[in-house]
Design a protein around this ligand. Structure first.
Ligand code: ZN
Length: 97
């Protein structure tokens, strides 16, 4: 379990935390347009590139191969997208990539 200490700290104000998380995600480009695009992507490419796991879109992640860091170009460039299961994606983000 790789829980960051930050997460525990914010448990004092759960409502505030939820709003904040959603706002941040939207600010980074994860809006309804993204959700639709990722769903189409995962329906077409449901296989995890790391371990070959196949699951429903809700359990899979569209990963940016190169971290987009706010770049719309990298964010929307589908040659920068790959399908990962949540497990492999957590491993990748846990490595700080
Ligand atoms: Zn996987």
């Amino acid at each position: 379990m790789a829980q960051s200490p930050k997460t525990n700290k914010r448990e004092q104000a759960p409502n505030q935390r939820a709003t904040r998380t959603r706002k941040t995600a939207n600010a980074r480009g994860y809006n309804h347009e993204w959700r639709r695009a990722r769903l189409l992507w995962l329906q077409a490419c449901p296989v995890c590139v790391e371990c070959g796991w196949i699951d429903v879109p809700a359990k899979m992640v569209v990963d940016h191969i190169l971290p987009h860091r706010g770049s719309r170009l990298l964010f929307w460039n589908r040659s920068n997208w790959q399908t990962m299961c949540k497990r492999c994606h957590n491993k990748k983000t846990g490595r700080g990539e």
